[in-house]
Design a protein around this ligand. Structure first.
Ligand code: NCN
Ligand code: DMD
Length: 360
């Protein structure tokens, strides 16, 4: 078996006994039933994913930022020059990005993985160089990657997750850096959900109306050229791997592998924004049970993100109109996920605290 096949084969759905025990435990705690709203569901989800109730506290957390460039940049879908991907990797490694500040705030480690930056990076502490290509091909002219490249990127994500978990991480947070990757994200979301390009293509880093029109047309071309057009509800004739290779980025594939590995290792994964959402669609198409191991950290301002989360059946914890990527929304959600788990360990029950429960 390949590393990818072995990882997919190890993924189990939420454990029903742990889910039932966690649900029953929530109802015994000294609070009106349901009073913690969506956090109760997070705690129950963590228990199902870990197959134990109460679930382990999701600490320490590790953010992994997967960086790559995109051939579709040449179509003028973003105002930012491609070299910003490389420059931001330098910024992450120097500790100067928003992701570094948020990671420090929540006590998460930060590592960066080069899976496809269009330039050579010097080795540095915190950087893993797993370069598969110097950026993808232009997805609007043909497949962005070969299936072999997509598998290599998936396996780079798996290897990185395994390394972090071996090093003690008990929560994985997805991060991305890749100028033009919101175009690839929109194409993936169309291909996996059946939505039309105009419904899920957004302004990314911030583009004008004219650029947005062009970006929507580029996404339509990508779907047409790669044989991925389909109506809502119609099944895709193309396999998950071929879809990912056709319109994804190297960082999308690596993030999909990272998520699959977290699930296989029963370590919860907090998803960041639209890039993670698109990658999670690919992961779920490869292994549907992976979703039980994911928490949607936030909902980004990019319209395709809501479509991806709806399709995955995930409810975002934080909604602050963030549209930065890097893992920033996932990092902000981490204390909420910790709080949800901690309740299960530390809050007294009606019985243990001698608090009178309401009458049945
Ligand atoms: O995470 C998000 O939802 C998100 C939304 C918009 C932009 N981004 C980030 O911005 C970059 C891509 O934007 P763009 O406009 O170049 O496609 C890439 O580095 C992403 O991390 C991220
Ligand atoms: C400056 C900058 C920082 C980013 N971080 C993630 N995507 C980004 C895109 C830009 C342009």
């Amino acid at each position: 078996m390949t590393i990818l096949q072995e990882t997919i084969a190890a993924i189990r759905p939420a454990d029903p006994a742990a889910v039932a025990e966690a649900r029953a435990h929530q109802d015994r705690l000294t609070k009106p039933r349901g009073a913690l709203g969506a956090l109760e569901e997070v705690a129950i989800r963590l228990a199902g994913a870990a197959a134990v109730s109460p679930p382990p506290l999701p600490v320490p957390a590790a953010l992994a930022i997967f960086a790559a460039d995109h051939g579709v940049h040449a179509r003028g879908v973003t105002p930012w020059p491609q070299e910003v991907t490389l420059q931001m990797v330098g910024n992450f490694l120097a500790g100067g990005a928003v992701a570094n500040a948020f990671a420090a705030q929540v006590g998460a480690s930060v590592t960066v993985v080069d899976v496809g930056v269009a330039a050579d990076l010097d080795p540095a502490p915190g950087l893993t160089i797993s370069k598969i290509a110097y950026g993808t091909a232009d997805l609007s002219r043909g497949p962005a990657m070969t299936p072999e490249q997509a598998v290599a990127a998936l396996e780079a994500g798996i290897a990185h997750a395994r390394g972090l978990v071996d090093g003690g991480a008990r929560c994985l947070i997805t991060g991305d850096m890749g100028i033009a990757n919101t175009t690839a994200s929109a194409a993936l979301i169309c291909a996996f959900t059946g939505h039309e390009a105009a419904a899920v293509t957004g302004r990314g880093t911030g583009i004008d109306g004219e650029t947005l029109e062009r970006k929507i047309e580029v996404v339509r071309e990508a779907l047409r050229v790669n044989g991925l057009e389909r109506g809502p509800g119609a099944a895709s004739p193309v396999s998950a791997l071929e879809t990912l290779a056709a319109v994804g980025g190297l960082e999308h594939a690596a993030i999909a592998g990272f998520v699959l590995a977290g699930a296989a290792l029963r370590v919860p994964v907090i998803l960041d924004g639209v890039i993670a959402g698109a990658a999670a669609l690919a992961a779920a198409a490869l292994a549907p049970d992976v979703v039980d191991h994911c928490v949607a950290g936030h909902r980004s301002a990019e319209p395709g993100h809501a479509a991806a989360l709806d399709h995955l059946g995930l409810r975002p914890l934080v909604e602050l109109e963030l549209r930065l990527g890097e893992g920033t929304g996932g990092l902000l959600a981490h204390p909420l996920v910790c709080a949800a788990a901690r309740v299960m360990h530390e809050v007294a029950t009606f019985d243990s605290a001698g608090v009178t429960d309401k009458e049945a």
